[in-house]
Design a protein around this ligand. Structure first.
Ligand code: BMX
Length: 287
């Protein structure tokens, strides 16, 4: 019997397809997530990459941006990726790949990956991804805490602004799309990666923008520390793992009182945290 798992990690910017055995990513392919397309198109794009691995996996798991409840997939923040409400993801995966399937949130999968094989082993930990959006997952006492709504640890989403009756998104003032939008406002047509590169070259505007970002993000991390008091907060995601980002967060947290100051570490599995965590969960949960 095949011992490997096919994992699809669908994020707001890119989709990874991988063949995973234990903590080992045997093969991996990356395709852009076309935000203007639909879930069937995203699954198909990943499925084409997986064709080369046919017969080598006996289950499939999708770790996706957004919420998965009862096998159905929806967006929390359509700005990150506009998933139609209640898309029958697990069913489509079963039909498409003809093996048992399971789906879960991408950040929760990455939290579990880091706990099992990465920077959070044996610890009470929180994982925070700073990427297209901001997501998270909590592992306490060796268990992935999913909560009654299935999405405990989700830190990117809603808080009411006093001047606004609608809900705003924390991530809309922190994550990749915000960084790019701020850069554009200042006359620089760059994505978040480009802004980090500009800061690396010592460009003052980029430095100031990233420092603003780090201060905002540090407040979120301090709140998480106060609420959950984990041993460690593992930081991942495209921005989270960008060169020098952790140092920026540390600097922003420097004057924070100890009870709110987290111990930060970079995701040891890098962009593979979600793949590895999802594969592990698939072994238990796929139906
Ligand atoms: C958003 C939300 C989360 C996700 C997080 C990181 C959507 C579509 N996504 O907060 O579920 O975990 O982004 O996602 O509502 P990424 O695409 O940035 O990895």
């Amino acid at each position: 019997m095949a011992e490997s798992v096919l994992v699809l990690d669908v994020g707001g910017t890119k989709t990874l397809a991988a063949l995973v055995r234990g903590a080992e990513v045997l093969a991996e392919a990356r395709v852009p997530t076309d935000a203007t397309a639909s879930p069937d198109v995203w699954i198909d794009a990943a499925g084409r990459e997986a064709q080369a691995w046919a017969g080598r996996f006996d289950r499939v798991v999708a770790a996706v941006t957004g919420i998965v409840a009862d096998g159905r997939w929806s967006a929390l923040n359509p700005g990150t990726l506009a998933i139609p409400d209640g898309f029958p993801l697990e069913e489509r995966l079963r039909t498409r790949f003809c093996v048992p399937a399971v789906a879960l949130n991408d950040a929760q999968a990455a939290a579990w990956g880091e706990y099992r094989h990465g920077a959070g082993q044996g610890a009470d930990m929180v994982f925070v991804t700073v990427s297209t959006g901001v997501g998270g997952g909590i592992v306490l006492g060796g268990r992935l805490v999913r909560g009654r709504g299935g999405l405990a640890g989700h830190f990117g989403i809603a808080y009411p602004l006093p001047e606004d009756s609608a809900f705003a998104h924390v991530e809309d003032g922190i994550a990749g799309r915000w960084v790019a939008a701020e850069a554009a406002r200042e006359g620089h047509g760059l994505d978040a990666r480009g802004v980090f590169e500009a800061a690396g070259r010592g460009e003052a505007w980029a430095e100031a923008l990233l420092s603003r970002q780090a201060h905002r993000a540090s407040r979120l991390l301090a709140n998480i520390q106060l609420a959950i008091a984990p041993d460690v907060i593992v930081v991942g995601g495209g921005i989270g793992l960008a060169d020098g980002y952790l140092a920026r967060l540390e600097a922003a947290l420097a004057s924070t009182p100890p009870v709110r100051r987290p111990r930060l570490v970079a995701a040891a599995l890098g962009t593979r945290a979600g793949l590895v965590g999802a594969a592990d969960i698939a072994k238990q949960d796929a139906v």
